[in-house]
Design a protein around this ligand. Structure first.
Ligand code: XMP
Length: 218
């Protein structure tokens, strides 16, 4: 069947990342493969869940979708410390948009409790009232962190808030919160690397991996 001429013209002119206006962000990519870790990490890392190549490709896709959706907006990116460092750096270097960047610190270990009470360790400094906020986090797990931060941000009366996470672990969700942009859907495993830590280590791994059980048992 012949395609209408205007459709042919549109597909010829459009770059490969073209999305029609108002199209939905892509769903998170599933992860299935287990890859052997690089030699230097084999003593501690059981396997690589998301490779450097997969991360680079997917983060670039997210950047394109964000760029498409936020063009012409007064964008403030609010990134949660410390786990977003690598993801954020890769995400924003591909954004050809005017934007402002600020950070919030939030920790669930404050006071040494096990109840996962959230403590803000760094407050936002930029004005977000009337602006479009993109809240960036490393992983959406139970949803308690995003839920708490979203409530705090809403009090500052931004025009709109969207959420972007590298990883989504929906099987553990407790709160009714979702990410507008999510890189990968991961199974119920504790993951490290690419900014994510275990006891403040492993943030520098260029991949997302799973630790050997004996590392947790120390
Ligand atoms: P919630 O449960 O509040 O979790 O959605 C969000 C925060 O908890 C940390 N977190 C993890 N950190 N590997 C990590 O290194 C994980 O598998 C993991 N799951 C949750 C993380 O700080 C995240 O922002």
């Amino acid at each position: 069947m012949r395609r209408p001429e205007n459709e042919l013209l549109a597909s010829a002119a459009a770059p490969d990342y073209f999305h029609p206006v108002n199209s939905e962000p892509s769903p998170p990519a599933p992860v299935r493969r287990r890859v052997a870790p690089p030699r230097g990490w084999r003593a501690e890392v059981d396997y690589v869940l998301i490779t450097q190549t997969q991360l680079a490709r997917r983060v670039r896709e997210l950047s394109r979708e964000i760029e498409r959706d936020f063009t012409g907006r007064d964008l403030v990116i609010v990134s949660l410390l410390n786990g977003t460092v690598m993801f954020l750096a890769d995400l924003i270097r591909h954004l050809s948009l005017p934007l402002r960047l600020d950070f919030m610190g939030v920790s669930s270990y404050g006071g040494g409790t096990t109840s996962r009470e959230l403590v803000f360790t760094k407050e936002l400094r930029l004005e977000v009232r009337g602006r479009d906020v993109l809240l960036v986090d490393d992983i959406l797990d139970t949803g308690k962190t995003l839920q708490t931060v979203l409530a705090k941000l809403r009090e500052l009366q931004p025009r709109e808030i969207k959420t972007c996470v590298l990883l989504d672990k929906p099987s553990r969700r407790v709160e009714n919160v979702r990410a507008d942009y999510a890189g990968f859907e991961v199974p119920d495993l504790f993951v490290i690397g690419y900014g994510l830590d275990y006891a403040e280590r492993y943030r520098n791994l260029p991949f997302v991996g799973v630790l050997k059980p004996e590392i947790y048992q120390h």
